[in-house]
Design a protein around this ligand. Structure first.
Ligand SMILES: Nc1ncnc2c1ncn2[C@@H]1O[C@H](COP(=O)(O)OP(=O)(O)OP(=O)(O)O)[C@@H](O)[C@H]1O
Ligand SMILES: [Mg+2]
Length: 168
C-alpha cells in the first residue's frame, strides 16, 4: 500500500453516520475513471462508506452489498467544486469481491473495462483482486478502534496530486 506519490489521511469515525459523511466528503473529489478500493474485515463499514460516496454523488436508490451480481450499478452526478452546471451524470459501479473464488471469476466481471468506462468504481474486499486494480486507485482501510463497537479508524491512501482534504 505504500505506493510512491501517495499520502495517507487518517481519522476516526464514531458511528455509521460519521462514516457516511466521510464517504460523501470523498465523493466531492472523485472524477470519471476513479477506482476506490475498500479494505477491512467483515462488518468494518465498507458498505456504509460506499453508501456515503453514493449519497455524495446524488444516488437516490438504496445502496447495499452486491450479493448476487457481484457488481451493482447506480446512476449519480459528479459532485464537488469542479462540477458543471447542471452536474454531469456519472455511473457508479459497486463491486464486492468477497464471494470471489477464483481470479477467473474477477476477469469475467471485466474489471479493466469497468475501470475505464468513465464511471466511478467502488470495490469491497479489494484485496481479493489486488492484481486487477489500477496503480492510480484511491484506497480506504477501515479498522475497528478500541472498545467502542461503533468506533472506526479510517485511513485513506490517495495520490498526493489529488490534493484531497476531507471534511471531518
Ligand atoms: N463507525 C462506523 N462506521 C461504519 N459502520 C459502523 C460504525 N459503527 C458501527 N457500524 C456498523 O457496522 C456495520 C458495518 O456494516 P457494513 O455492511 O458497512 O460492513 P462491510 O465492511 O461492508 O462488511 P462486509 O464485509 O460483510 O461487506 C453496520 O451494521 C454499521 O451500522
Ligand atoms: Mg459490505
Amino acid at each position: 500500500m505504500n505506493r510512491t506519490g501517495t499520502e495517507e489521511i487518517e481519522f476516526f469515525s464514531s458511528g455509521p453516520d460519521d462514516t457516511r459523511r466521510t464517504g460523501a466528503s470523498l465523493a466531492e473529489f472523485l472524477k470519471p475513471d476513479d477506482v476506490v478500493a475498500l479494505y477491512g474485515d467483515l462488518g468494518s463499514g465498507k458498505t456504509v462508506l460506499a453508501q456515503g460516496v453514493c449519497r455524495g454523488l446524488g444516488v437516490t436508490r438504496p445502496v447495499t452489498s452486491p450479493t448476487y451480481t457481484l457488481i451493482q450499478e447506480y446512476g449519480g452526478f459528479l459532485a464537488g467544486k469542479g462540477a458543471s452546471d447542471p452536474p454531469a451524470e456519472i455511473k457508479i459501479y459497486h463491486f464486492d469481491f468477497y464471494r470471489i473464488s477464483s481470479m477467473r471469476e474477477i476477469e469475467d466481471l471485466d474489471p479493466a473495462g469497468h475501470f475505464e468506462a468513465g464511471g466511478i468504481c467502488l470495490i469491497e474486499w479489494a484485496d481479493r483482486g489486488e492484481m486487477f486494480l489500477p496503480e492510480s486507485r484511491l484506497s480506504v482501510r477501515l479498522l475497528r478502534a478500541g472498545a467502542d463497537p461503533d468506533r472506526r479508524r479510517i485511513i485513506l491512501t490517495v495520490p498526493v496530486s489529488r490534493n484531497i482534504r476531507l471534511r471531518s
